[in-house]
Design a protein around this ligand. Sequence first.
Ligand code: CTP
Ligand code: MG
Length: 181
Amino acid sequence: MAILETILVAFWLMLPAYVPNNAAVLAGGGRPIDGGAEWGGKRVLGDGKTWRGTAAGILAGLALAGLLTMIGDDVGSALGLTLPGFPPLAALGLAGGAMLGDILASFLKRRTGRNRGAMFPGVDQLDFVVVSLPLVALLATEWFFEWFTLEVLVVIVVLTPILHVLTNVIAYKLGLKNEPW
Ligand code: CTP
Ligand code: MG
């Protein structure tokens, strides 16, 4: 694969994992998942992880995966490449794994004494990749190894932090997020 093609495929594959975080920011609020519970004098997860945000994130990721599956052939031929559709379990792994990774990151942040909204470089940018990709490999193994080649994985690890920083700065400037990370 040419590098531009690899980047496009990697971005396409990860869209259902990228969008849940942004949807959660837009929809977040209401009852926190941990219900206010603490562990070791710190919140288990914190007020930044809510049921509504999580549900909206997963639904947005699933809906996007469905949409991409419908338009994949047309977009692919317009761009002159082959783009994958998303089997339901792959979509679930990407969207659910992204939200789960974000929640696990908050759990780690609280355990390491970081308050809600605190920066955790590296973890903030890659938490959802680290959980969603193994989950997809588990739930949709054949599809995963067909599309997530080594070069696609390398592009994802480089591209994701860049996109994450960019989208969060934009969300901050738009007043949607409290911190630019
Ligand atoms: N959000 C949510 N539910 C989630 C993830 C995010 O409701 N599962 C919403 C919350 O309103 C949260 C905002 O999106 O404040 C920003 O998300 P994030 O940066 O992940 O949370 P933080 O508030 O920074 O909290 P943490 O330090 O735990 O990451
Ligand atoms: Mg944050």
